[in-house]
Design a protein around this ligand. Structure first.
Ligand SMILES: NC(=O)c1ccc[n+]([C@@H]2O[C@H](COP(=O)([O-])OP(=O)(O)OC[C@H]3O[C@@H](n4cnc5c(N)ncnc54)[C@H](O)[C@@H]3O)[C@@H](O)[C@H]2O)c1
Length: 695
C-alpha cells in the first residue's frame, strides 16, 4: 500500500487499484483528501498494470461533504473541480464504493466516477441548499443526467438524502453490495472490465434531460410545488435555474452557469445568514464551564408529571427516541384524556403514511400512564409539566424529592416561574433544572434548558445530552422571567397591542411579519394558541389588556371558537380580517384618548423587532444567554424567525447597531416612553461601531 497523502492510500488488488480515503471523523474533502485523490488517480492511470480504479472510504462513512474548517478561507489547490475532471476523464473505469453517507462534495465525487455501488444502509444527498448555496462541483449538472430532472430538483431543493434502494431505483447507483466494501468495489470493477462495459461519463448522458427539454413546464410545476416551503430563500430558485441550464446548455456551459449562480449565492445575505446559523447551532452545544467531557447521567427511563398539552408532547419525544416513559396524573380522567390525545397524534401521523400501525403500538407501548406517584422511583429524569402555579410546582417537587432515586435529574417545564424557588422545595437543588419545551412539544425543535443557581454540572450535561437524544436543539439559559425566548416575545407583544390601538390593523401587523419571513404574526399566533389562556391569567392577576379582554368577553377565543382577532371559516385556518374587531379597537382607542393614524410597514417592523433586539442585549448583559448566537438559535427553532435572516442578533448587526440604537432613541423622543431606552450593551457596541456577533 502506498501513501499518497496523509489521508489517501493507493493499493493494488490485481489489475484494480483501490484509493482509500481516511480522514476521520467524516472523511471531509480537506485539501489533502483532494490532493490524494488527484495524485492517486494520476498514478493509477499512469501505471500499466492497473486497468480500473475503486474509490472507497475508511471509517464510518463515505466522504460526507466539504471540510467546514476551510469555509471562508482562500481556496487551495487542487480544486474539487480539477479532481472531478481528472476522475471523469480517466481512461480507465473509476468505481466509487459507498457506505455511510455520500453528501455534498462527497456525492459529487461519486458522480464524476463512471460507476457507483453502495451498501444497503448508504445514503446519498446534496444538502447544500441548507447552507443557502447550491452543489457547486457539477452536482446541478450531473445529478439530473442520472436521476432525471424532477428527482434531481427534489433532492437538491429539499437537501434531504435518499437511501440505497431508492438510489438504485432512480439510477443514482449501479448496484447495491454487501460484505467487505473494498472487495465488493473491486469485484464490481472486475465485472466492468470482463464485460468490457463503456466508460459511463455522466456529462455525456442526455436521455434523462431530453425528457425535460420536451416538457419545459416541468420547471414551472416544480416551482409551484415548492413555493410555500421555499418562500424567502434564495438558493432553491438558483438550483432550479442551474438545472434549467443543465437541460438547455451543453455540459461545459452548464458548469459555467452553475459556477456563476454558486458565487452569487455565496455572496448573498441569505447564505451568509444560513452559514452563520449552521455554526451558531453547533456553538450552542458548548458551555464554557461544563466541558464536553462532563459526565452526564445515562437516561434509561423517564417520567413526566402531568398529561396536559405539554406533558403528552414531552412524553412522545421520549417514546419516539425509544426511551420508556411513565406519565403521572392526578386523576384517571385527566390521564385518559391526555394519553388519548397522544394516541390520536400518532394515528394522525400514521394516516399520513409517516408511521406504521406497528410503530404507533410500539411507541404507545413505551408510554406508561399511572396515577401512582411511586412509579417515578426508577426514572433517571423526571420532567414536571403541571399547572403554571408556584404552590403546585413546589408541592410536586417536594413530593418528587421523597420518591425519586438519589441521582435522578428533576426538571421543570415552567415557562415563567423561578427555577431556583422550585429547586428550593427539594433537598437536592443541584439535581434540579428547567427544561422548557415549546408547543407542540413533540414537534418544536427548541429546548431552553434553564440553569438554576445550584444546578450541578452533571445535571446540566444530562439535560443537554438527553435533549439532543430526543431530537431537540438544547440551548442553555439562566433564570429570569420568561427566560430568553418569551422575554423577548413579550416586548414584541406589547408593541403589537400598541400598534393596533394607534391605527394599524391586526392583519397589517401580521402581514409585516409574514412578509419578513415568520410563518405567522402575533395576532394569528394568539388565535392559534387560544386567547382564553392569557385572559384567565390576567383576570387572576388583576391585569388588563383592553382589546384582548373585550374580544374574549365576546367568547372569541381564537381558532377553536371560529373567531378571535380574526374570523375563520369552518375547517379553514386562514385568518379573515373582521370589522367587529376593528370596531372594538377603535372604541378602545377612543376611550383611551388615542388619535389613530396610518402607520407604515417600516415603522411596524421596527417597533416589533427592535425592542426584541434591545431586550436581547439586556439578556446578554445579565448573562442569561451565554452568547448572542444562542439567542438566534432560540428564535429560529422556537419562534419561526426566518433562518435566512440569521436570528434577531445577527439581523441587528446587518442593520448596524448605531442605526438601530438611534431609531430607538427617536421612538423614545416621540413617545416619551422609557420602554425605548437602549440597553447599555447596545449603546456601547453602537458607540464602538461594533456588532453583537464576534464583539
Ligand atoms: N402550553 C404551552 O404552550 C406551554 C409552553 C411551554 C411551557 N408550558 C408550561 O408547561 C406546563 C404545563 O402546561 P400545559 O399547557 O401542558 O398545561 P395543561 O393545563 O394542559 O396541563 C397540566 C396538566 O397537569 C395536571 N396536573 C395538575 N396538577 C398536577 C399534579 N399535582 N400532579 C400531576 N398532574 C397535575 C393537570 O391535570 C393537567 O393535565 C406549565 O408550567 C406551562 O407554563 C406551556
Amino acid at each position: 500500500m502506498a501513501k499518497i497523502t496523509q489521508s489517501v492510500d493507493l493499493a493494488a488488488h490485481g489489475r484494480v487499484a483501490v484509493l482509500t480515503v481516511d480522514n476521520p471523523p467524516v472523511n471531509a474533502l480537506s485539501q489533502h483528501v483532494r490532493k490524494g485523490l488527484h495524485d492517486g488517480i494520476k498514478q493509477a492511470t499512469a501505471d500499466g498494470a492497473v486497468q480500473a480504479i475503486v474509490i472507497v472510504c475508511a471509517g464510518r462513512t463515505f466522504i460526507a461533504g466539504a471540510d467546514i474548517t476551510e469555509f471562508g478561507k482562500p481556496p487551495t489547490e487542487p480544486s474539487l473541480h480539477t479532481v472531478l475532471d481528472l476522475i471523469e476523464g480517466s481512461p480507465k473505469p473509476v468505481v466509487s464504493a459507498i457506505h455511510g453517507t455520500a453528501l455534498g462534495g462527497g456525492l459529487e465525487v461519486t458522480l464524476a466516477c463512471h460507476y457507483r455501488v453502495g451498501v444497503k444502509g448508504a445514503r446519498f444527498g446534496l444538502p447544500e441548499v441548507k447552507l443557502g448555496i447550491l452543489p457547486g462541483a457539477g452536482g446541478t449538472q450531473r445529478l439530473p443526467r442520472v436521476v432525471g430532472v424532477e428527482k434531481g430538483l427534489q433532492m437538491m431543493v429539499s437537501g434531504d438524502p435518499i437511501g440505497a434502494d431508492e438510489a438504485l431505483r432512480v439510477g443514482l447507483i449501479d448496484a447495491t453490495v454487501d460484505g467487505d466494501l473494498a472487495a465488493a468495489g473491486v469485484a464490481f470493477a472486475e465485472k466492468v472490465l470482463d464485460e468490457k462495459r463503456p466508460l459511463k461519463k455522466i456529462r455525456d448522458l442526455t436521455d434523462k434531460i431530453a425528457v425535460a427539454r420536451d416538457k419545459p413546464q416541468i420547471f414551472a410545476e416544480f416551482r409551484k410545488s415548492v413555493a410555500r416551503q421555499t418562500r424567502g430563500f434564495r438558493a432553491p430558485e438558483s438550483i432550479v435555474k442551474a438545472v434549467e441550464a443543465a437541460v438547455s446548455l451543453p455540459f461545459d456551459q452548464g458548469i459555467k452557469r452553475e459556477r456563476e449562480l454558486f458565487v452569487e449565492l455565496l455572496n448573498s445575505p441569505e447564505s451568509k445568514a444560513q452559514r452563520y446559523f449552521f455554526f451558531a447551532e453547533r456553538e450552542a452545544a458548548k458551555i464554557p464551564d461544563v466541558p464536553a467531557d462532563t459526565p452526564a447521567r445515562e437516561i434509561k427511563k423517564a417520567a413526566v408529571i402531568g398529561a396536559g398539552t405539554m406533558g403528552g408532547g414531552i412524553a412522545m419525544n421520549f417514546a419516539n427516541a425509544g426511551i420508556p416513559v411513565t406519565v403521572v396524573e392526578v386523576a384517571p380522567e385527566a390521564l385518559d384524556r391526555g394519553l388519548g390525545i397522544v394516541r390520536k397524534n400518532y394515528e394522525a401521523t400514521a394516516a399520513r403514511g409517516r408511521l406504521t400501525p406497528a410503530d404507533v403500538d410500539k411507541r404507545m407501548g413505551l408510554i406508561h400512564g399511572t396515577t401512582d406517584w411511586g412509579a417515578v422511583g426508577d426514572a433517571d429524569i423526571i420532567i414536571e409539566a403541571v399547572f403554571e402555579e408556584m404552590p403546585v410546582k413546589k408541592e410536586v417537587f417536594a413530593k418528587l424529592d421523597g420518591l425519586a432515586k438519589p441521582d435522578a435529574v428533576l426538571a421543570t417545564n415552567t415557562s415563567t416561574l423561578d427555577v431556583d424557588e422550585i429547586a428550593a422545595a427539594t433537598k437536592r437543588p443541584e439535581s434540579v433544572i428547567g427544561t422548557h419545551f415549546f408547543s407542540p412539544a413533540n414537534v418544536m425543535r427548541l429546548l431552553e434548558n434553564v440553569r438554576g443557581k445550584k444546578s450541578s454540572k452533571t445535571t446540566i450535561a444530562t439535560a443537554m445530552t438527553v435533549g439532543r437524544r430526543i431530537g431537540k436543539v438544547p440551548v442553555l439559559v439562566g433564570v429570569c422571567y420568561g427566560f430568553v425566548g418569551n422575554r423577548m416575545l413579550h416586548q414584541r407583544g406589547l408593541q403589537a397591542e400598541k400598534l393596533i390601538l394607534e391605527g394599524a390593523a391586526p392583519h397589517q401587523v401580521d402581514r409585516v411579519l409574514t412578509d419578513f419571513g415568520f410563518p405567522m404574526g402575533p395576532f394569528a399566533m394568539g388565535d392559534l394558541a387560544g386567547l382564553d389562556v392569557g385572559w384567565r391569567i390576567r383576570k387572576g392577576r388583576g391585569v388588563k389588556a383592553p382589546v384582548a379582554d373585550r374580544i374574549c368577553e365576546l367568547g372569541r377565543f381564537g381558532q377553536k371558537t371560529g373567531a378571535g382577532y380574526f374570523k375563520y371559516e369552518k375547517g379553514d385556518r386562514t385568518p379573515i380580517p373582521d370589522l367587529e374587531v376593528e370596531k372594538i379597537i377603535v372604541d378602545v382607542a377612543t376611550s383611551m384618548g388615542i388619535t389613530r393614524r396610518a402607520i407604515s410597514d417600516e415603522e411596524i417592523l421596527q417597533r416589533l423587532l427592535y425592542p426584541m433586539v434591545n431586550e436581547g442585549a439586556k439578556i446578554l448583559d445579565e448573562k442569561i444567554a451565554i452568547r448572542p448566537s444562542d439567542i438566534d438559535v432560540i428564535w429560529v427553532y422556537g419562534y419561526g424567525w426566518p433562518v435566512y435572516r440569521g436570528g434577531p442578533m445577527f439581523w441587528a448587526d446587518s442593520i448596524g447597531l448605531r442605526a438601530l440604537r438611534d431609531r430607538l432613541l427617536e421612538f423614545k423622543k416621540q413617545s416619551g416612553d422609557a420602554f425605548w431606552t437602549p440597553a447599555p450593551l447596545l449603546d456601547r457596541l453602537a458607540n464602538e461601531g461594533k456588532g453583537f456577533i464576534g464583539a
